[in-house]
Write a protein that binds this ligand. Structure first.
Ligand SMILES: [Zn+2]
Length: 68
């Protein structure tokens, strides 16, 4: 059974455009992979930034307590 990639509706006749939401029922595989890869890359980047920022704040707090 084929399903629409947008709304996950059943696509029994294997329509190119979904009968339910009107969007394309499938995407070329390379596009999906590229999208996933770039999405993952962005996510890791943001996570890395957040952790470094948190460490930075922790370090500053430590220094403050030392000064006092
Ligand atoms: Zn759909």
């Amino acid at each position: 059974m084929k399903y629409c990639v947008n709304c996950k509706a059943e696509n029994k006749q294997n329509w190119f455009y979904c009968r339910s939401c009107g969007q394309k029922t499938s995407e070329p595989k390379f596009t999906t992979n590229l999208f996933k890869m770039s999405n993952l890359g962005k996510r890791t980047d943001i996570e890395l930034r957040t952790t470094t920022m948190q460490k930075d704040i922790q370090e500053r707090n430590k220094r403050r307590s030392y000064v006092r």
